[in-house]
Design a protein around this ligand. Structure first.
Ligand code: NAP
Length: 436
């Protein structure tokens, strides 16, 4: 019997695309024998065909006509490795409408258009695989979808952005300010020229949206989440957190209350107890803790991005796509919800302990004014630390609270901002006392 040839088209040959070409070419023979097919990297689409690339690709295999690759009848698997939500969306929808398998690393696209993409896949008979979109080399999508299929997920939390973790790790090791570490991270290529997507938490939010979909079957857009970045975290916060027994990590937190059928998704810098595994995941590494009702808590750690880790995830999806094409064995896209649709939790149901740092006038009575405001909002103070604020007329006041909720703490912050003795916008961090 003639061995079937599966043809792959790459849309985009940048960092990830070239990694896929390189590692796929190196492992092709092994993959072919494992999967029982012949595999061919058929064509690749780019913006600028004259650009110098680290991989050797015959000129005849490169085109600028991306949609022609996506719709080429000879191509079975289309890898969308362009990024963004414009051309990437058109390429994805065109390929799915023709019943092809699309493999994507694009979290922004999924977060913005996930529902549309899966509907297009169902309608056109295509399939959409996206292992590379969250936590690069960690097979977290497969874990949630396949390995942990027996579970319902009360809590998932994770470090999903290597740039932020690198900056926070170095701040913590060196006591250096955020801006200095960010500037160096840019020089070393660990942060983009425009860092806002990473440090303001949006990249993590896109990934949180994908994990929430896999675990709970609903798409939560970023405007329905709490999203806060690391740009206001200072060495004093890192030092104080350490004194209290915590490290600071930018976390995505996806919580589900099954009794009330409520879900919340939030992204923010979090004080994490030092004895938690994720508090010790440092540098550009990612880590995710998943609590399932059957298995308990499992933890995943690995490289979250970069050419090789991302290529590893894309090639894993290509292998799954080949199995699907040759055996018809499909994997579920997400978790279909049974019963009434899960609701987003109102702010008063989103519970946490809080850390508040304020720069206040160094004069008598200020603490009493602040305590009055917290009491009025039913926020109970757990500890108070006062340190120098780097100016003679002011002090840094750091409060931690007992458990409260997002509505009460927001109201507290608004009241504090009106106090003349509070000199700058207070910094609010969450304390993540996650119970496994
Ligand atoms: N980099 C990572 O570590 C990483 C990790 C996880 C996920 N991802 C995701 O992977 C995707 C690709 O990221 P990347 O870092 O590889 O991006 P990249 O280096 O900027 O590469 C983008 C590729 O798309 C091509 N392209 C852009 N506009 C095009 C157009 N109008 N027509 C045809 N081709 C076009 C570019 O062509 P030229 O080469 O000719 O400019 C380039 O080859 C993104 O969704 C990203 O979020 C990246």
């Amino acid at each position: 019997m003639k061995t079937r040839t599966i043809r792959i088209g790459l849309c985009g040959l940048g960092t990830v695309g070239q990694g896929v070409w390189k590692h796929f070419s190196a492992s092709r023979a092994r993959l072919e024998s494992q999967l029982g097919v012949k595999l061919e990297l058929h064509r690749a689409a780019v913006k600028d065909p004259r650009k110098k690339r680290a991989v050797k690709i015959p000129a005849g295999r490169i085109t600028t006509d991306t949609l022609a690759v996506a719709t080429d009848p000879k191509i079975d698997i289309v890898c969308e490795l362009i990024g963004g939500t414009g051309l990437a969306r058109r390429v994805t929808l065109a390929a799915l409408a023709r019943g092809k398998v699309v493999v994507s690393a694009n979290k922004a696209l999924l977060c913005a258009h996930g529902a549309e993409i899966f509907a297009a896949a169902r309608k056109g008979g295509g399939h959409f695989f996206f292992e590379a979109s969250v936590a690069g080399g960690i097979p977290i999508i497969k874990a949630l979808r396949e390995g942990l299929v027996a579970n319902r997920f009360r809590l998932i939390y994770g470090i999903l952005n290597g740039t932020c973790n690198y900056i926070l790790t170095r701040m913590s090791l060196e006591g250096a300010p955020y801006a200095a570490i960010l500037a160096e991270a840019k020089k070393l290529g660990y942060a983009e020229a425009d860092e806002s997507l990473d440090v303001e938490g949006w990249d993590t939010a896109h990934k949180a949206s994908i994990l929430a979909f896999l675990a709970h079957g609903v798409w939560v857009k970023t405007d329905r989440m709490i999203v806060e970045g690391i740009d206001r975290v200072s060495p004093i916060d890192i030092r104080t957190a350490a004194t209290l027994g915590y490290g600071i990590k930018l976390l995505a937190v996806i919580g589900r209350d099954f009794e009330n059928n409520e879900l919340f998704v939030r992204v923010h810098p979090t004080l994490l107890p030092k004895d938690k595994v994720l508090a010790n995941v440092n540098g550009v590494f990612n880590g995710i803790a998943v609590t399932g009702d059957v298995v308990g808590t499992t933890t995943y750690i690995g490289r979250g991005a970069g050419q090789d880790a991302t290529a590893s995830a894309v090639i894993s999806d290509i292998a799954d796509a080949v199995t699907l094409l040759t055996t018809g064995k499909a994997v579920a896209a997400g978790r279909p919800e049974q019963g009434p649709r899960v609701r987003l939790a109102p702010l008063e149901h989103v519970i946490s302990r809080y850390y508040l740092r304020m720069t206040v006038k160094d004069q008598p009575g200020v603490l009493a004014q602040i305590a009055q405001i917290t009491a009025r909002n039913r926020v109970s103070i757990a500890s108070v630390i006062q340190t120098a604020a780097g100016r003679t007329d002011a002090a840094s006041l750091i409060l931690t609270t007992h458990e409260s909720n997002e509505r009460a703490i927001r109201s507290t912050l608004a009241d504090l901002a009106r106090l003349k003795s509070v000199l700058e916008k207070p910094l609010l961090l969450r304390i993540g006392e996650f119970t496994d």
